[in-house]
Write a protein that binds this ligand. Structure first.
Ligand code: SF4
Length: 135
């Protein structure tokens, strides 16, 4: 049995608490607070304590799904991106750029959030962009 402790940063919100993942035989099995991390100093909220659970959850989405005739159908990433781009274009041409909006997530990096708001404003042409931390 091989046990590893892997330092990382909690991905649930922008606070950025330090965590240590417990990895047993290559499988993520637990999360501990990092005592020496300057942000959380050995403390975690309830989300941080359970950070490892969504990685192996059977509910986790692992590939894109497109809803067709009321049913979700598994598609390739390039197909999902093309369908999304086509639908965005169609809606924007018909109803204008303010008819769409983008919601970003605390579970992606600050850089990815920056790119999402830039895409929303510069490419789509709307200020309809928000973040899950404000919802
Ligand atoms: S442990 Fe809680 S407060 Fe710290 S980053 Fe994760 S979600 Fe945010």
């Amino acid at each position: 049995m091989e046990c590893k402790f892997v330092p990382s940063v909690c991905s649930y919100c922008g606070t950025g608490c330090g965590v240590i993942f417990q990895v047993l035989d290559g499988k993520l099995v637990g999360t501990l607070p990092m005592k020496t991390h300057p942000v959380n100093e050995g403390k975690l909220c309830i989300k941080g304590w359970n950070l490892h659970e969504y990685v192996n959850s059977f509910l986790r989405l692992k590939y894109p799904l497109v809803k067709t005739f009321g049913r979700f159908i598994k598609v390739r990433w390039d197909e999902a991106l093309q369908i999304t781009a086509d639908r965005f274009k169609e809606i924007i041409e018909t109803h204008g750029p303010d008819s769409v909006g983008v919601l970003v997530s605390a579970k992606i990096t600050n850089e990815e959030n920056y790119l999402a708001q830039k895409f929303t404003r510069a490419v789509i042409g709307t200020n309809n962009v928000d973040h899950c931390a404000r919802l």
